[in-house]
Design a protein around this ligand. Sequence first.
Ligand code: 1HE
Length: 260
Amino acid sequence: MHQSQYGDVVVELRGTIAVVTLNRPAKRNALNDALMASLEEAFAAIPGGIGAAVIQGSGDHFCAGLDLSELKDRDAVEGVHHSRTWHRILSGLEFGRIPIVAALHGAVVGGGLELASSCHIRVADDTAFFALPEGSRGIFVGGGGSVRVPKLIGAHRMMDMMLTGRVYNAAEGVPLGFAQYHVPAGTALEKAIEIATRVASNAPMTNYSLMHGLPRIAEQPADHGFFTEALLASIAQSAPEAKARVRDFLEGRAAKVKAS
Ligand code: 1HE
């Protein structure tokens, strides 16, 4: 295991995956400018052989969102640039090189939910709770939440959360779409590592097509989507790795799909 530190972000390389930890537990991993810059730097430094990442928060919470102490003196122009910086960094994760699995526990709120929703898979343990306290703080989401959160749970639920301060616990929230997996308290990291390791074993072009193609195809008119899909399908299947994997199945060396 190889470990590096970028400010309040720790990166451990474990075989084919990287485990990225927000390490500011005294402030519940609240995201200040320095932490956001460290996050960007940490992901940019993940070496080529790594096929997937896990992101988690240290301490009792995943992330308390924007560091509100930095909001006090920001004017409108600075606010726009701040929001655009978050957009760049979180879009860099969403449309980066490797899929990211978020291991969620405790507070997943405000910018913490925006960060989680820019990841590709979310695993919530039983302690996780989801909220958008921006509404009650007199502000608005600024880290891409108005684009990404409605895709998970619908605009109507996000509207309710922000207008009323509604908080969803894991048992309520996971079936609504906040996360794809609900696991017992204290096991989100373990499950996320298991999932990321599996994801990292996919052919790189398959993962790339899913990360970069699927969300774009979903925004395209059906006719354009079918065309984009055909191009991605042809590129993926022409890779030598795809040929080898199909041959492995046909010659009885690859696992069958099993009923769950
Ligand atoms: C913080 C922050 C923060 C904690 N910015 N300092 N996010 C929020 O509105 C959520 C605000 N936080 C909370 O509601 C709670 O802290 C938690 C539910 C996350 C955790 O509660 P708890 O009891 O474990 O911790 P705590 O005692 O409230 O906080 C511990 C310390 O962290 C304390 O500082 P201390 O110096 O008094 O020890 C808190 O002030 C500090 N802390 N959260 C700054 N968020 C791109 S736009 C995104 C917009 C948003 O994200 S708005 C939502 C912001």
